[in-house]
Design a protein around this ligand. Structure first.
Ligand SMILES: *[C@@H]1O[C@H](CO)[C@@H](O)[C@H](O)[C@H]1NC(C)=O
Ligand SMILES: *[C@@H]1O[C@H](CO)[C@@H](O)[C@H](O)[C@H]1NC(C)=O
Ligand SMILES: *[C@@H]1O[C@H](CO)[C@@H](O)[C@H](O)[C@H]1NC(C)=O
Ligand SMILES: *[C@@H]1O[C@H](CO)[C@@H](O)[C@H](O)[C@H]1NC(C)=O
Ligand SMILES: *[C@@H]1O[C@H](CO)[C@@H](O)[C@H](O)[C@H]1NC(C)=O
Ligand SMILES: *[C@@H]1O[C@H](CO)[C@@H](O)[C@H](O)[C@H]1NC(C)=O
Ligand SMILES: *[C@@H]1O[C@H](CO)[C@@H](O)[C@H](O)[C@H]1NC(C)=O
Ligand SMILES: *[C@@H]1O[C@H](CO)[C@@H](O)[C@H](O)[C@H]1NC(C)=O
Ligand SMILES: *[C@@H]1O[C@H](CO)[C@@H](O)[C@H](O)[C@H]1NC(C)=O
Length: 467
Protein backbone atom coordinates (compact mmCIF):
# COMPACT_ATOMS: atom_id res chain seq x y z
CA UNK A 1 0.00 0.00 0.00
CA UNK A 2 2.82 2.38 0.79
CA UNK A 3 4.26 1.66 -2.64
CA UNK A 4 0.93 2.41 -4.26
CA UNK A 5 0.47 5.69 -2.29
CA UNK A 6 3.83 7.03 -3.42
CA UNK A 7 2.99 6.44 -7.11
CA UNK A 8 0.36 9.17 -7.51
CA UNK A 9 2.43 12.23 -6.44
CA UNK A 10 5.13 11.04 -8.84
CA UNK A 11 2.58 10.61 -11.63
CA UNK A 12 1.20 14.14 -11.08
CA UNK A 13 4.72 15.60 -11.15
CA UNK A 14 5.45 13.85 -14.43
CA UNK A 15 2.28 15.04 -16.15
CA UNK A 16 2.91 18.61 -15.14
CA UNK A 17 6.21 18.52 -17.04
CA UNK A 18 6.07 19.96 -20.55
CA UNK A 19 8.92 18.02 -21.88
CA UNK A 20 7.79 15.15 -24.06
CA UNK A 21 10.71 12.87 -23.37
CA UNK A 22 10.19 13.28 -19.68
CA UNK A 23 6.52 12.43 -20.07
CA UNK A 24 7.37 9.32 -22.00
CA UNK A 25 9.95 8.34 -19.39
CA UNK A 26 7.38 8.89 -16.64
CA UNK A 27 4.81 6.75 -18.41
CA UNK A 28 7.29 3.90 -18.77
CA UNK A 29 8.23 4.23 -15.13
CA UNK A 30 4.58 4.28 -14.06
CA UNK A 31 3.68 1.19 -16.05
CA UNK A 32 6.74 -0.55 -14.60
CA UNK A 33 5.78 0.37 -11.06
CA UNK A 34 2.14 -0.70 -11.58
CA UNK A 35 3.27 -4.03 -12.97
CA UNK A 36 5.52 -4.47 -9.95
CA UNK A 37 2.58 -3.82 -7.65
CA UNK A 38 0.42 -6.31 -9.51
CA UNK A 39 2.99 -9.09 -9.55
CA UNK A 40 3.80 -8.46 -5.87
CA UNK A 41 0.15 -8.90 -4.95
CA UNK A 42 -0.19 -12.15 -6.91
CA UNK A 43 2.96 -13.56 -5.33
CA UNK A 44 1.72 -12.61 -1.90
CA UNK A 45 -1.64 -14.40 -2.41
CA UNK A 46 -0.02 -17.52 -3.80
CA UNK A 47 2.38 -17.85 -0.91
CA UNK A 48 -0.43 -17.82 1.65
CA UNK A 49 -2.05 -21.02 0.19
CA UNK A 50 -1.27 -24.44 1.69
CA UNK A 51 0.71 -26.62 -0.74
CA UNK A 52 -1.96 -29.38 -0.60
CA UNK A 53 -4.60 -27.00 -1.87
CA UNK A 54 -2.29 -25.85 -4.63
CA UNK A 55 -1.85 -29.45 -5.75
CA UNK A 56 -5.63 -29.88 -5.61
CA UNK A 57 -6.23 -26.76 -7.71
CA UNK A 58 -3.79 -28.00 -10.32
CA UNK A 59 -6.02 -31.10 -10.67
CA UNK A 60 -9.33 -29.34 -11.09
CA UNK A 61 -12.06 -31.74 -12.28
CA UNK A 62 -12.57 -29.83 -15.51
CA UNK A 63 -8.96 -30.55 -16.39
CA UNK A 64 -8.98 -34.32 -15.76
CA UNK A 65 -12.66 -35.15 -16.16
CA UNK A 66 -15.14 -33.73 -18.56
CA UNK A 67 -17.88 -34.64 -16.14
CA UNK A 68 -17.99 -33.55 -12.50
CA UNK A 69 -20.30 -36.42 -11.37
CA UNK A 70 -17.94 -39.05 -12.72
CA UNK A 71 -15.13 -37.28 -10.89
CA UNK A 72 -16.98 -37.28 -7.56
CA UNK A 73 -18.06 -40.92 -7.92
CA UNK A 74 -14.40 -41.81 -8.40
CA UNK A 75 -13.51 -39.91 -5.22
CA UNK A 76 -16.32 -41.69 -3.36
CA UNK A 77 -15.07 -45.05 -4.56
CA UNK A 78 -11.59 -44.26 -3.27
CA UNK A 79 -12.93 -43.12 0.10
CA UNK A 80 -14.45 -46.51 1.04
CA UNK A 81 -12.62 -47.47 4.23
CA UNK A 82 -12.26 -51.04 5.46
CA UNK A 83 -12.15 -51.67 9.22
CA UNK A 84 -11.16 -54.92 10.98
CA UNK A 85 -14.15 -57.23 11.58
CA UNK A 86 -12.90 -58.07 15.07
CA UNK A 87 -12.24 -54.97 17.14
CA UNK A 88 -9.84 -56.02 19.88
CA UNK A 89 -10.58 -52.87 21.88
CA UNK A 90 -13.74 -54.68 22.97
CA UNK A 91 -12.22 -58.10 23.66
CA UNK A 92 -13.11 -57.74 27.35
CA UNK A 93 -16.84 -57.48 26.44
CA UNK A 94 -17.10 -59.15 23.02
CA UNK A 95 -20.86 -59.79 23.16
CA UNK A 96 -22.16 -56.55 24.64
CA UNK A 97 -24.06 -53.93 22.67
CA UNK A 98 -22.44 -53.36 19.28
CA UNK A 99 -20.09 -56.29 20.13
CA UNK A 100 -16.50 -56.58 18.92
CA UNK A 101 -17.73 -57.74 15.51
CA UNK A 102 -18.37 -54.78 13.15
CA UNK A 103 -18.14 -52.63 16.26
CA UNK A 104 -18.81 -49.34 14.48
CA UNK A 105 -22.31 -50.44 13.44
CA UNK A 106 -25.47 -50.65 15.51
CA UNK A 107 -28.32 -53.14 15.41
CA UNK A 108 -31.93 -52.51 14.59
CA UNK A 109 -33.69 -53.27 17.87
CA UNK A 110 -37.30 -53.72 16.90
CA UNK A 111 -39.26 -54.85 19.96
CA UNK A 112 -39.73 -58.64 20.15
CA UNK A 113 -37.36 -59.30 17.22
CA UNK A 114 -33.80 -60.52 17.19
CA UNK A 115 -31.32 -57.65 16.86
CA UNK A 116 -30.18 -57.44 13.26
CA UNK A 117 -28.65 -55.27 10.58
CA UNK A 118 -29.79 -54.97 7.01
CA UNK A 119 -27.89 -53.53 4.05
CA UNK A 120 -28.81 -51.46 2.14
CA UNK A 121 -31.22 -49.77 4.56
CA UNK A 122 -32.22 -46.41 5.94
CA UNK A 123 -29.63 -46.74 8.67
CA UNK A 124 -26.87 -47.53 6.18
CA UNK A 125 -28.07 -44.56 4.08
CA UNK A 126 -28.45 -46.86 1.13
CA UNK A 127 -24.92 -48.24 1.36
CA UNK A 128 -24.12 -51.89 0.73
CA UNK A 129 -22.07 -54.09 3.04
CA UNK A 130 -18.67 -55.12 1.67
CA UNK A 131 -16.49 -57.80 3.24
CA UNK A 132 -12.85 -58.51 2.59
CA UNK A 133 -10.26 -61.00 3.78
CA UNK A 134 -9.76 -64.74 3.87
CA UNK A 135 -8.45 -65.27 7.40
CA UNK A 136 -9.62 -68.36 9.25
CA UNK A 137 -7.53 -67.79 12.39
CA UNK A 138 -7.68 -64.11 13.33
CA UNK A 139 -10.75 -61.97 12.75
CA UNK A 140 -8.71 -58.77 13.01
CA UNK A 141 -7.37 -59.61 9.52
CA UNK A 142 -10.80 -59.69 7.90
CA UNK A 143 -12.51 -56.42 7.09
CA UNK A 144 -15.84 -54.71 6.49
CA UNK A 145 -16.90 -51.45 4.89
CA UNK A 146 -20.03 -49.72 3.63
CA UNK A 147 -20.16 -48.43 0.06
CA UNK A 148 -22.75 -46.82 -2.17
CA UNK A 149 -23.76 -49.14 -5.00
CA UNK A 150 -22.66 -46.51 -7.56
CA UNK A 151 -19.22 -46.30 -6.00
CA UNK A 152 -18.15 -49.78 -4.93
CA UNK A 153 -14.44 -50.14 -4.22
CA UNK A 154 -12.20 -50.85 -7.19
CA UNK A 155 -11.79 -54.62 -7.63
CA UNK A 156 -14.99 -55.39 -5.73
CA UNK A 157 -17.15 -58.33 -6.73
CA UNK A 158 -20.90 -57.81 -6.45
CA UNK A 159 -22.71 -60.77 -4.85
CA UNK A 160 -26.25 -60.75 -6.15
CA UNK A 161 -29.36 -61.60 -4.20
CA UNK A 162 -29.72 -61.99 -0.44
CA UNK A 163 -26.78 -63.06 1.74
CA UNK A 164 -27.02 -64.02 5.42
CA UNK A 165 -23.96 -63.01 7.43
CA UNK A 166 -23.78 -64.87 10.74
CA UNK A 167 -21.61 -64.19 13.76
CA UNK A 168 -21.42 -67.10 16.18
CA UNK A 169 -19.41 -66.79 19.36
CA UNK A 170 -19.36 -70.58 19.74
CA UNK A 171 -19.42 -72.91 16.75
CA UNK A 172 -21.50 -74.12 13.84
CA UNK A 173 -20.88 -77.82 14.48
CA UNK A 174 -22.68 -78.09 17.81
CA UNK A 175 -26.42 -78.68 17.38
CA UNK A 176 -27.45 -76.14 20.00
CA UNK A 177 -25.03 -73.36 19.03
CA UNK A 178 -25.71 -73.93 15.34
CA UNK A 179 -29.46 -73.81 15.85
CA UNK A 180 -29.42 -70.64 17.95
CA UNK A 181 -27.36 -68.97 15.20
CA UNK A 182 -29.91 -70.03 12.55
CA UNK A 183 -33.11 -69.14 14.47
CA UNK A 184 -32.95 -65.32 14.04
CA UNK A 185 -32.45 -65.69 10.27
CA UNK A 186 -35.50 -67.94 10.00
CA UNK A 187 -37.42 -65.38 12.02
CA UNK A 188 -36.25 -62.62 9.65
CA UNK A 189 -37.40 -64.68 6.65
CA UNK A 190 -40.83 -65.25 8.21
CA UNK A 191 -41.17 -61.50 8.51
CA UNK A 192 -39.92 -60.84 4.99
CA UNK A 193 -42.13 -62.88 2.69
CA UNK A 194 -40.10 -66.03 3.40
CA UNK A 195 -37.15 -64.65 1.47
CA UNK A 196 -34.39 -67.25 1.06
CA UNK A 197 -30.67 -66.57 1.16
CA UNK A 198 -28.55 -67.17 -1.96
CA UNK A 199 -25.45 -67.46 0.20
CA UNK A 200 -24.33 -67.64 3.82
CA UNK A 201 -21.19 -66.07 5.26
CA UNK A 202 -20.18 -67.61 8.57
CA UNK A 203 -17.91 -65.95 11.11
CA UNK A 204 -16.66 -67.06 14.49
CA UNK A 205 -14.81 -64.24 16.30
CA UNK A 206 -14.49 -62.60 12.86
CA UNK A 207 -12.73 -65.70 11.47
CA UNK A 208 -14.28 -67.27 8.39
CA UNK A 209 -15.98 -70.65 8.59
CA UNK A 210 -17.08 -72.68 5.59
CA UNK A 211 -18.81 -75.50 7.33
CA UNK A 212 -21.81 -76.32 9.52
CA UNK A 213 -22.51 -79.57 11.33
CA UNK A 214 -24.57 -82.07 9.36
CA UNK A 215 -27.60 -81.77 11.65
CA UNK A 216 -27.60 -77.94 11.43
CA UNK A 217 -27.22 -78.04 7.62
CA UNK A 218 -30.12 -80.45 7.40
CA UNK A 219 -32.29 -78.12 9.50
CA UNK A 220 -31.51 -75.25 7.11
CA UNK A 221 -31.93 -77.37 4.02
CA UNK A 222 -35.36 -78.48 5.25
CA UNK A 223 -36.38 -74.96 6.28
CA UNK A 224 -35.36 -73.21 3.06
CA UNK A 225 -35.84 -76.12 0.65
CA UNK A 226 -32.26 -75.77 -0.54
CA UNK A 227 -28.77 -76.69 0.58
CA UNK A 228 -27.11 -73.80 2.47
CA UNK A 229 -24.27 -72.45 0.29
CA UNK A 230 -21.31 -70.84 1.98
CA UNK A 231 -19.56 -67.99 0.25
CA UNK A 232 -15.87 -68.62 -0.39
CA UNK A 233 -13.65 -65.57 -0.38
CA UNK A 234 -10.73 -66.49 -2.57
CA UNK A 235 -8.69 -63.33 -3.08
CA UNK A 236 -7.75 -61.25 -0.05
CA UNK A 237 -7.52 -58.15 -2.23
CA UNK A 238 -10.96 -58.50 -3.76
CA UNK A 239 -13.77 -57.27 -1.54
CA UNK A 240 -17.20 -58.79 -1.99
CA UNK A 241 -20.12 -56.36 -1.79
CA UNK A 242 -23.63 -57.65 -1.25
CA UNK A 243 -26.67 -56.54 -3.19
CA UNK A 244 -28.60 -57.30 0.01
CA UNK A 245 -27.21 -58.56 3.31
CA UNK A 246 -28.68 -59.38 6.71
CA UNK A 247 -26.26 -59.57 9.64
CA UNK A 248 -27.00 -61.34 12.94
CA UNK A 249 -24.47 -61.17 15.78
CA UNK A 250 -26.56 -61.80 18.91
CA UNK A 251 -28.13 -65.18 18.07
CA UNK A 252 -31.75 -65.17 19.18
CA UNK A 253 -31.26 -62.48 21.86
CA UNK A 254 -34.09 -59.96 21.88
CA UNK A 255 -36.71 -62.31 20.45
CA UNK A 256 -39.95 -62.53 22.36
CA UNK A 257 -41.23 -65.97 23.41
CA UNK A 258 -44.03 -65.66 20.81
CA UNK A 259 -41.48 -65.09 18.02
CA UNK A 260 -39.39 -68.04 19.18
CA UNK A 261 -42.43 -70.32 19.33
CA UNK A 262 -43.38 -69.23 15.83
CA UNK A 263 -39.91 -70.03 14.46
CA UNK A 264 -39.71 -73.43 16.19
CA UNK A 265 -43.22 -74.33 15.00
CA UNK A 266 -42.22 -73.40 11.47
CA UNK A 267 -38.94 -75.33 11.46
CA UNK A 268 -40.58 -78.38 13.09
CA UNK A 269 -43.22 -78.42 10.36
CA UNK A 270 -40.69 -77.95 7.54
CA UNK A 271 -38.38 -80.63 8.90
CA UNK A 272 -41.18 -83.19 9.23
CA UNK A 273 -42.25 -82.54 5.65
CA UNK A 274 -38.68 -82.80 4.47
CA UNK A 275 -38.36 -86.21 6.15
CA UNK A 276 -41.69 -87.34 4.65
CA UNK A 277 -43.11 -88.03 8.08
CA UNK A 278 -46.79 -88.69 7.72
CA UNK A 279 -49.31 -86.90 9.81
CA UNK A 280 -51.21 -90.18 10.34
CA UNK A 281 -51.75 -90.72 14.05
CA UNK A 282 -51.71 -94.51 13.71
CA UNK A 283 -47.94 -94.39 13.30
CA UNK A 284 -47.28 -93.27 16.88
CA UNK A 285 -48.06 -94.67 20.34
CA UNK A 286 -50.59 -92.96 22.59
CA UNK A 287 -47.74 -92.00 24.91
CA UNK A 288 -44.17 -92.24 23.67
CA UNK A 289 -41.34 -92.26 26.19
CA UNK A 290 -37.84 -92.09 24.71
CA UNK A 291 -34.55 -92.79 26.43
CA UNK A 292 -32.02 -90.99 24.24
CA UNK A 293 -28.66 -92.37 25.30
CA UNK A 294 -25.05 -91.41 24.69
CA UNK A 295 -21.87 -93.39 24.65
CA UNK A 296 -18.73 -92.25 26.50
CA UNK A 297 -18.89 -88.84 28.16
CA UNK A 298 -22.04 -88.23 30.20
CA UNK A 299 -23.49 -91.66 29.52
CA UNK A 300 -25.19 -93.69 32.25
CA UNK A 301 -22.79 -95.92 34.18
CA UNK A 302 -25.33 -98.71 34.31
CA UNK A 303 -27.71 -98.43 31.40
CA UNK A 304 -29.62 -101.63 32.06
CA UNK A 305 -30.74 -100.42 35.49
CA UNK A 306 -31.84 -97.04 34.08
CA UNK A 307 -33.68 -98.64 31.13
CA UNK A 308 -35.49 -101.00 33.47
CA UNK A 309 -36.72 -98.25 35.77
CA UNK A 310 -38.31 -96.33 32.89
CA UNK A 311 -39.57 -99.48 31.20
CA UNK A 312 -41.38 -100.50 34.39
CA UNK A 313 -42.99 -97.08 34.82
CA UNK A 314 -44.00 -96.87 31.16
CA UNK A 315 -45.64 -100.29 31.30
CA UNK A 316 -47.87 -99.11 34.14
CA UNK A 317 -49.48 -96.50 31.87
CA UNK A 318 -52.04 -97.45 29.25
CA UNK A 319 -50.65 -97.05 25.71
CA UNK A 320 -47.13 -96.05 26.79
CA UNK A 321 -44.29 -97.31 24.59
CA UNK A 322 -40.61 -96.96 25.52
CA UNK A 323 -38.01 -96.42 22.79
CA UNK A 324 -34.32 -96.70 23.73
CA UNK A 325 -32.01 -95.18 21.12
CA UNK A 326 -28.47 -93.86 20.81
CA UNK A 327 -28.36 -90.41 19.22
CA UNK A 328 -25.06 -91.32 17.53
CA UNK A 329 -26.52 -93.98 15.30
CA UNK A 330 -29.72 -92.27 14.22
CA UNK A 331 -29.80 -90.44 10.90
CA UNK A 332 -31.18 -86.90 10.85
CA UNK A 333 -34.61 -88.08 9.71
CA UNK A 334 -34.56 -90.97 12.23
CA UNK A 335 -34.18 -88.34 14.95
CA UNK A 336 -37.02 -86.27 13.52
CA UNK A 337 -39.25 -89.34 13.35
CA UNK A 338 -38.35 -90.46 16.85
CA UNK A 339 -39.11 -87.02 18.28
CA UNK A 340 -42.47 -87.01 16.52
CA UNK A 341 -43.33 -90.17 18.50
CA UNK A 342 -41.99 -88.82 21.80
CA UNK A 343 -44.05 -87.28 24.59
CA UNK A 344 -41.43 -87.71 27.30
CA UNK A 345 -37.76 -87.30 26.43
CA UNK A 346 -35.41 -88.83 29.02
CA UNK A 347 -31.76 -88.00 28.41
CA UNK A 348 -28.36 -87.10 29.84
CA UNK A 349 -27.39 -83.47 29.19
CA UNK A 350 -25.76 -82.99 25.77
CA UNK A 351 -26.09 -81.34 22.36
CA UNK A 352 -28.24 -84.23 21.04
CA UNK A 353 -31.01 -82.87 23.31
CA UNK A 354 -31.42 -79.96 20.87
CA UNK A 355 -33.74 -82.41 19.09
CA UNK A 356 -36.31 -81.72 21.81
CA UNK A 357 -37.94 -78.91 19.83
CA UNK A 358 -38.94 -81.49 17.21
CA UNK A 359 -41.43 -83.13 19.60
CA UNK A 360 -45.08 -82.06 19.47
CA UNK A 361 -45.70 -78.98 21.58
CA UNK A 362 -46.30 -79.47 25.32
CA UNK A 363 -44.12 -82.60 25.44
CA UNK A 364 -41.92 -83.25 28.48
CA UNK A 365 -38.17 -83.33 29.08
CA UNK A 366 -36.28 -85.06 31.92
CA UNK A 367 -32.56 -84.22 32.05
CA UNK A 368 -29.63 -85.85 33.88
CA UNK A 369 -26.22 -84.48 34.93
CA UNK A 370 -23.06 -85.97 36.42
CA UNK A 371 -21.75 -84.89 39.82
CA UNK A 372 -20.20 -81.40 40.02
CA UNK A 373 -22.24 -79.68 37.30
CA UNK A 374 -24.78 -78.06 39.63
CA UNK A 375 -22.11 -75.99 41.37
CA UNK A 376 -19.56 -75.53 38.60
CA UNK A 377 -21.19 -75.54 35.17
CA UNK A 378 -22.75 -72.06 35.38
CA UNK A 379 -25.92 -70.94 33.61
CA UNK A 380 -24.92 -72.76 30.41
CA UNK A 381 -26.19 -76.02 31.88
CA UNK A 382 -29.70 -74.57 31.63
CA UNK A 383 -29.76 -74.27 27.81
CA UNK A 384 -32.29 -77.06 27.40
CA UNK A 385 -34.55 -75.56 30.04
CA UNK A 386 -34.53 -72.43 27.90
CA UNK A 387 -34.79 -74.45 24.68
CA UNK A 388 -37.81 -76.31 26.04
CA UNK A 389 -39.49 -73.09 27.07
CA UNK A 390 -38.77 -71.33 23.75
CA UNK A 391 -40.18 -74.20 21.72
CA UNK A 392 -43.29 -74.72 23.83
CA UNK A 393 -42.15 -77.87 25.68
CA UNK A 394 -42.24 -78.63 29.40
CA UNK A 395 -38.91 -79.10 31.12
CA UNK A 396 -39.77 -81.40 34.03
CA UNK A 397 -36.55 -80.81 35.95
CA UNK A 398 -33.05 -82.16 36.33
CA UNK A 399 -31.29 -84.83 38.32
CA UNK A 400 -27.77 -84.07 39.44
CA UNK A 401 -25.84 -87.14 40.49
CA UNK A 402 -24.77 -86.59 44.11
CA UNK A 403 -21.99 -89.15 43.83
CA UNK A 404 -19.17 -89.58 41.34
CA UNK A 405 -15.44 -89.41 40.84
CA UNK A 406 -13.48 -87.42 43.36
CA UNK A 407 -11.47 -84.46 42.19
CA UNK A 408 -7.91 -83.78 43.40
CA UNK A 409 -8.98 -80.24 44.34
CA UNK A 410 -11.96 -79.19 46.42
CA UNK A 411 -15.25 -80.13 44.68
CA UNK A 412 -16.07 -76.45 44.25
CA UNK A 413 -12.76 -75.66 42.48
CA UNK A 414 -13.34 -74.57 38.85
CA UNK A 415 -10.49 -76.79 37.66
CA UNK A 416 -12.48 -79.87 38.65
CA UNK A 417 -15.04 -79.10 35.94
CA UNK A 418 -12.70 -79.54 32.99
CA UNK A 419 -10.52 -82.14 34.66
CA UNK A 420 -13.16 -84.50 36.03
CA UNK A 421 -16.82 -83.55 35.97
CA UNK A 422 -17.45 -82.23 32.44
CA UNK A 423 -17.30 -85.61 30.77
CA UNK A 424 -17.94 -87.85 33.76
CA UNK A 425 -20.54 -90.62 33.69
CA UNK A 426 -23.91 -90.57 35.42
CA UNK A 427 -25.07 -92.99 38.09
CA UNK A 428 -28.62 -93.71 39.19
CA UNK A 429 -31.11 -93.62 42.04
CA UNK A 430 -33.80 -96.19 41.25
CA UNK A 431 -36.22 -94.82 43.83
CA UNK A 432 -35.91 -91.25 42.63
CA UNK A 433 -36.02 -92.09 38.90
CA UNK A 434 -39.10 -94.29 39.42
CA UNK A 435 -41.04 -91.66 41.40
CA UNK A 436 -40.10 -88.92 38.98
CA UNK A 437 -41.08 -90.95 35.89
CA UNK A 438 -44.44 -91.86 37.51
CA UNK A 439 -45.13 -88.18 38.23
CA UNK A 440 -44.32 -87.02 34.70
CA UNK A 441 -46.18 -89.88 32.98
CA UNK A 442 -49.17 -89.14 35.20
CA UNK A 443 -49.28 -85.53 33.98
CA UNK A 444 -48.86 -86.58 30.35
CA UNK A 445 -51.62 -89.15 30.72
CA UNK A 446 -54.04 -86.54 32.07
CA UNK A 447 -53.08 -84.09 29.33
CA UNK A 448 -53.72 -86.71 26.65
CA UNK A 449 -57.09 -87.59 28.13
CA UNK A 450 -58.12 -83.95 28.39
CA UNK A 451 -57.13 -83.07 24.85
CA UNK A 452 -57.15 -86.19 22.70
CA UNK A 453 -56.74 -83.87 19.73
CA UNK A 454 -53.32 -82.88 21.09
CA UNK A 455 -51.43 -85.04 18.64
CA UNK A 456 -53.27 -83.64 15.69
CA UNK A 457 -52.20 -80.17 16.75
CA UNK A 458 -49.52 -77.97 15.33
CA UNK A 459 -46.77 -79.67 13.39
CA UNK A 460 -48.66 -82.68 12.11
CA UNK A 461 -50.16 -80.84 9.16
CA UNK A 462 -48.73 -81.32 5.70
CA UNK A 463 -48.74 -77.71 4.59
CA UNK A 464 -46.73 -75.43 6.84
CA UNK A 465 -48.45 -72.11 7.44
CA UNK A 466 -46.85 -68.84 6.37
CA UNK A 467 -44.37 -70.00 3.76
C1 LIG B 1 -21.39 -38.04 -16.05
O1 LIG B 1 -20.91 -39.19 -15.36
C2 LIG B 1 -21.93 -39.96 -14.75
C3 LIG B 1 -21.28 -41.03 -13.92
O2 LIG B 1 -20.31 -41.71 -14.62
C4 LIG B 1 -22.87 -40.50 -15.80
O3 LIG B 1 -23.91 -41.23 -15.18
C5 LIG B 1 -23.46 -39.34 -16.58
O4 LIG B 1 -24.25 -39.83 -17.63
C6 LIG B 1 -22.35 -38.44 -17.15
N1 LIG B 1 -22.95 -37.25 -17.74
C7 LIG B 1 -22.58 -36.76 -18.91
C8 LIG B 1 -23.27 -35.53 -19.33
O5 LIG B 1 -21.69 -37.30 -19.54
C1 LIG C 1 -35.69 -51.24 11.87
O1 LIG C 1 -36.63 -52.18 11.39
C2 LIG C 1 -37.92 -51.63 11.20
C3 LIG C 1 -38.85 -52.77 10.85
O2 LIG C 1 -38.34 -53.54 9.79
C4 LIG C 1 -37.85 -50.56 10.13
O3 LIG C 1 -39.12 -49.99 9.96
C5 LIG C 1 -36.87 -49.49 10.55
O4 LIG C 1 -36.69 -48.55 9.53
C6 LIG C 1 -35.53 -50.09 10.89
N1 LIG C 1 -34.68 -49.08 11.47
C7 LIG C 1 -33.47 -48.85 11.01
C8 LIG C 1 -32.72 -47.80 11.74
O5 LIG C 1 -32.99 -49.48 10.08
C1 LIG D 1 -39.42 -87.76 0.51
O1 LIG D 1 -40.23 -88.17 -0.57
C2 LIG D 1 -39.82 -87.62 -1.82
C3 LIG D 1 -40.85 -88.01 -2.86
O2 LIG D 1 -41.26 -89.33 -2.69
C4 LIG D 1 -38.41 -88.12 -2.15
O3 LIG D 1 -37.99 -87.59 -3.37
C5 LIG D 1 -37.46 -87.69 -1.05
O4 LIG D 1 -36.16 -88.21 -1.28
C6 LIG D 1 -37.94 -88.15 0.31
N1 LIG D 1 -37.11 -87.54 1.32
C7 LIG D 1 -36.52 -88.23 2.28
C8 LIG D 1 -35.66 -87.45 3.20
O5 LIG D 1 -36.65 -89.42 2.42
C1 LIG E 1 -25.78 -102.74 36.73
O1 LIG E 1 -26.43 -102.94 37.97
C2 LIG E 1 -26.90 -104.28 38.13
C3 LIG E 1 -27.73 -104.30 39.40
O2 LIG E 1 -27.09 -103.65 40.45
C4 LIG E 1 -25.71 -105.21 38.18
O3 LIG E 1 -26.18 -106.55 38.31
C5 LIG E 1 -24.91 -105.07 36.89
O4 LIG E 1 -23.74 -105.86 36.95
C6 LIG E 1 -24.54 -103.62 36.66
N1 LIG E 1 -23.96 -103.49 35.34
C7 LIG E 1 -22.88 -102.79 35.13
C8 LIG E 1 -22.44 -102.71 33.71
O5 LIG E 1 -22.30 -102.22 36.01
C1 LIG F 1 -26.04 -98.00 18.23
O1 LIG F 1 -24.91 -97.61 19.02
C2 LIG F 1 -24.63 -98.45 20.10
C3 LIG F 1 -23.54 -97.83 20.92
O2 LIG F 1 -22.68 -97.09 20.12
C4 LIG F 1 -24.28 -99.83 19.59
O3 LIG F 1 -24.02 -100.71 20.67
C5 LIG F 1 -25.46 -100.38 18.78
O4 LIG F 1 -25.12 -101.60 18.22
C6 LIG F 1 -25.86 -99.41 17.68
N1 LIG F 1 -27.10 -99.86 17.10
C7 LIG F 1 -27.29 -99.93 15.79
C8 LIG F 1 -28.64 -100.40 15.34
O5 LIG F 1 -26.45 -99.61 15.00
C1 LIG G 1 -37.06 -96.31 18.16
O1 LIG G 1 -37.20 -95.27 17.19
C2 LIG G 1 -36.33 -95.40 16.07
C3 LIG G 1 -36.49 -94.17 15.21
O2 LIG G 1 -37.84 -93.91 14.94
C4 LIG G 1 -36.69 -96.68 15.32
O3 LIG G 1 -35.81 -96.83 14.22
C5 LIG G 1 -36.56 -97.84 16.26
O4 LIG G 1 -37.01 -99.01 15.63
C6 LIG G 1 -37.38 -97.62 17.54
N1 LIG G 1 -37.08 -98.67 18.50
C7 LIG G 1 -38.02 -99.35 19.10
C8 LIG G 1 -37.55 -100.39 20.06
O5 LIG G 1 -39.19 -99.16 18.88
C1 LIG H 1 -41.31 -69.93 29.91
O1 LIG H 1 -40.75 -68.84 30.60
C2 LIG H 1 -41.64 -67.79 30.84
C3 LIG H 1 -40.91 -66.64 31.43
O2 LIG H 1 -39.61 -66.96 31.76
C4 LIG H 1 -42.75 -68.27 31.73
O3 LIG H 1 -43.65 -67.23 31.97
C5 LIG H 1 -43.45 -69.41 31.05
O4 LIG H 1 -44.42 -69.95 31.89
C6 LIG H 1 -42.46 -70.49 30.67
N1 LIG H 1 -43.18 -71.47 29.87
C7 LIG H 1 -43.03 -72.76 30.04
C8 LIG H 1 -43.84 -73.64 29.11
O5 LIG H 1 -42.28 -73.24 30.85
C1 LIG I 1 -32.64 -91.69 46.24
O1 LIG I 1 -33.82 -90.95 46.11
C2 LIG I 1 -34.67 -91.05 47.24
C3 LIG I 1 -35.97 -90.38 46.87
O2 LIG I 1 -35.77 -89.07 46.46
C4 LIG I 1 -34.01 -90.43 48.44
O3 LIG I 1 -34.84 -90.50 49.55
C5 LIG I 1 -32.71 -91.17 48.69
O4 LIG I 1 -31.99 -90.53 49.72
C6 LIG I 1 -31.86 -91.20 47.45
N1 LIG I 1 -30.73 -92.08 47.64
C7 LIG I 1 -29.48 -91.70 47.51
C8 LIG I 1 -28.44 -92.72 47.71
O5 LIG I 1 -29.20 -90.56 47.19
C1 LIG J 1 -50.42 -77.04 25.62
O1 LIG J 1 -50.89 -76.92 26.94
C2 LIG J 1 -51.59 -75.71 27.20
C3 LIG J 1 -51.90 -75.63 28.67
O2 LIG J 1 -52.30 -76.85 29.18
C4 LIG J 1 -52.84 -75.68 26.32
O3 LIG J 1 -53.54 -74.50 26.52
C5 LIG J 1 -52.43 -75.78 24.87
O4 LIG J 1 -53.56 -75.86 24.02
C6 LIG J 1 -51.55 -76.98 24.62
N1 LIG J 1 -51.02 -76.91 23.28
C7 LIG J 1 -51.13 -77.92 22.43
C8 LIG J 1 -50.55 -77.68 21.07
O5 LIG J 1 -51.61 -78.97 22.72
Amino acid sequence: MTTKASVWPRLVTCLSSLKLYLTALCLVATVFVLLQICSFQITQRSLSLPPALLTYLKHQPDQTYENKTAYLVEKLRESVTFLPLKDIRFSNKPLEGHTWFMSSLFDNQTRGEAQYQEFPSDSSKGRLLCLKGIDEHDGAWNYYALAWPEALPTNAILQEGLTFVSYNHYDYGNLWHGLTAAVPFVSWSLRNRCEKPQKWVLYHWGELRFWMGHWVSEILRATYGQEPEFLHFVDENKPVCFEKAVVMRHNEAGMSRERRLEVFDHVRCKVRNYCNITSAETSRPRIGMTLLLRTGARSFKNESVVINVFKKECERVDGCVLNVSYSDNLTFCDQVELMKKTDVLVSPHGAHMTNLFLMDRNSSVMEFFPKGWLKLAGVGQRVFQWGANWSGMRHEGTWHDPVGETCQFADTDRRCMSLVFKNAMIGYNETYFGEWARLVLGKVNIRKKESPEHNKGYGSVDVCPQC
